[in-house]
Design a protein around this ligand. Structure first.
Ligand code: CDP
Length: 242
């Protein structure tokens, strides 16, 4: 049993040198695909994700239409080359689950009633995966929806916290996800802190859960500032006058 991989050193630093409450580096580019209504390329640590938004357009087949509001089809897909062992192409249980929870999270912030019978398609392609791809995908999807001009109550954002070597930490990296004790990915509406998604893998005590949730919410706010800056950088045509 090789469980003596040390994920936190004696100085409290993690394998990649981060402090417990430190995020991996996030980089966001807005509007990178010209055939999509809205798009976003996002890097989060070693994760590389492309999101393309299409719609609102007539939902097809017609039996999927809701006469009162739009439906959201988020489709999360991992490229075969995105992980160490080649991933078999096509949907699997995991990608269906992630697509479902991301669709439900996005539905909570889009003004769906404005587009009866329509569908809004959100294609999330993971090009490189290194733990936390659902958070990276959802965060990129929020930016791509804003880029598409789809009316939103808020730009959704996502981040995880977890537990490694008995310590609660922000934004698990790959080894931390593989050998850690728990992972708690969440998504929020940053204006209100409403929880849009919350999943948990592993075990946390009630106290650890509260701490991890608070940490993940803080991480969401940091990622939200980066989202907003990326959108401003693209759409701000003139320098701000003081
Ligand atoms: O990516 P996320 O943390 O949202 O979901 P996960 O199911 O907890 O997967 C954690 C990580 O395992 C992914 O980010 C990938 O790096 C890796 N993974 C993999 O190597 N091969 C797969 N078929 C699925 C996941």
């Amino acid at each position: 049993m090789e469980s003596d991989i040390k994920l936190i050193d004696d100085n409290g630093k993690r394998l990649d040198g981060r402090a417990p409450d430190e995020l991996r580096k996030i980089k966001i580019e807005v509007g990178v695909l010209h055939r999509a209504e809205g798009s976003c390329y996002l890097e989060w640590g070693g994760n590389k994700v492309m999101v393309a938004v299409y719609g609102p357009k007539e939902a097809l087949p017609r039996h999927t239409q809701n006469p009162l509001r739009a439906i959201v089809n988020a489709r999360y897909n991992m490229a075969a080359f995105s992980v160490d062992d080649r991933k078999r192409p096509g949907p699997d249980r995991r990608s269906r689950e992630i697509s479902k929870v991301i669709s439900e999270a996005l539905e909570k912030v889009i003004l769906l009633e404005k587009f009866p019978r329509a569908s809004i398609d959100v294609n999330i392609e993971v090009l490189n995966a290194e733990a936390g791809t659902r958070c990276a995908g959802l965060t990129a999807a929020g930016v791509a929806l804003a880029d598409a001009g789809i009316p939103l109550k808020d730009i959704p954002v996502s981040c995880a916290a977890g537990k490694i070597d008995g310590h609660v930490v922000l934004d698990l990296g790959k080894e931390e996800d593989n050998f850690g004790d728990a992972d708690l990915p969440i998504a929020i509406s940053p204006r209100t802190n409403e929880i849009l998604l919350l999943q948990m893998d592993g075990h946390l005590t009630v106290e650890e859960f509260d701490k991890a949730l608070e940490m993940a919410i803080n991480g969401c706010h940091i990622a939200s500032d980066i989202q907003k800056k990326a959108i401003m950088d693209k759409y701000q045509s003139a320098p701000e006058v003081k």
